[in-house]
Design a protein around this ligand. Structure first.
Ligand code: CIZ
Length: 298
């Protein structure tokens, strides 16, 4: 099936992107594997006619925002993100009305319509830099409440107003589970994603984005790691670091939406070119503005 996917992608001048949390067989069929913004930015630089995004909905929207002239399709258009879905434009506007004058920062893990409504976006790698750069003391942070609480800890001089969203996959991990895996592997470094609960983050040797996990594992002299993020990252960590060992902080850290896409879906979307992702131009232009303001800061 990989051969057929690669053949069709060539024939149709399509680039296949797979997020770090996708099934490993889907990652192996892709041209690029990575985080949502990195993938979208790299795809924009290519002359591909079509982008096939194996990921969840907001990620394909990010690709469309940065590549308005390319056709963007998803192998599974029903792969949504429960964290992104916790906030709507109406709810965001109501929050902003409660805190006049406070700028809004949104995590990249948000719909295009939310990115269009905020002052600036951030990623899990640059959120502290982005929030610290704002002159205002009070900052609204959406949609990830865990990330907002972590930010409050990093930046005590700020007042972070958090939204109530969480990623169910990261939120599921509890401190007791991490302590148990640490007990089984006492030499292992624990890397946590900032979408985890604060009680989990407080146990971490490093807090990183998915791309940061890969870099940390490569650069560290340690040979064992406990992985506090979606388990889809583990096969890639293993492949890129032969001789090093990676243990999931919990086998239950599996995102059902990320696992929806299989090779048959990738093949089908290449054949049919359906499930197209469209972003209205007025939303796209304002969302690009929020991303550009982030890039200027970082
Ligand atoms: O933007 C991404 O890919 C997400 C959601 C997380 C990360 O840490 O890379």
């Amino acid at each position: 099936m990989h051969d057929e996917i690669r053949r069709l992608a060539r024939e149709k001048n399509a680039i296949i992107l797979a997020h770090n949390y996708q099934r490993y067989e889907v990652q192996l069929a892709a041209d690029l594997v990575g985080d949502s913004l990195g993938l979208s930015a790299k795809a924009a630089e290519t002359d591909a006619r079509m982008i096939v995004f194996a990921g969840v909905h907001f990620m394909a929207e990010s690709a469309k925002i940065l590549s308005p002239g390319k056709k963007v399709v998803m192998p599974r258009s029903d792969a949504g993100c429960p964290l992104a879905d916790t906030i709507t434009v109406e709810k965001l506007r109501a929050l902003q009305a409660e805190h006049p004058g406070a700028p809004t920062v949104c995590y990249i893990n948000s719909a295009a319509a939310i990115k269009a409504e905020v002052d600036v976006c951030c990623t899990s790698a640059n959120m502290d830099k982005v929030v610290a750069s704002l002159p205002e003391r009070k900052v609204l942070f959406v949609p990830d409440g865990n990330m907002g609480r972590y930010l409050q800890k990093l930046l005590p001089e700020k007042e972070i107003i958090t939204w109530k969203g969480v990623c169910p996959t990261h939120h599921r991990l509890r401190a007791e589970q991490v302590l148990e895996v640490k007990r089984q592997h006492p030499a292992a470094k624990f890397i946590a994603h900032p979408e985890c609960r604060l009680e989990v983050i407080e146990l971490a040797d490093a807090v990183r984005s998915t791309t940061g996990f890969l870099r940390y594992a490569k650069e560290s002299e340690a040979t064992e790691f406990i992985v506090g993020t979606e388990t889809g990252l583990i096969p890639r960590l293993e492949a890129e670091n032969p001789g090093k060992r990676f243990y999931p902080a919990s086998e239950a850290m599996v995102c059902p939406n990320m696992k929806m896409t299989n090779l048959e879906d990738v093949l089908a979307v290449l054949e049919n070119e359906d499930n197209e992702i469209l972003v209205p131009d007025d939303i796209r232009v304002r969302a690009v503005g929020s991303l550009e303001r982030m890039l200027k800061i970082t």
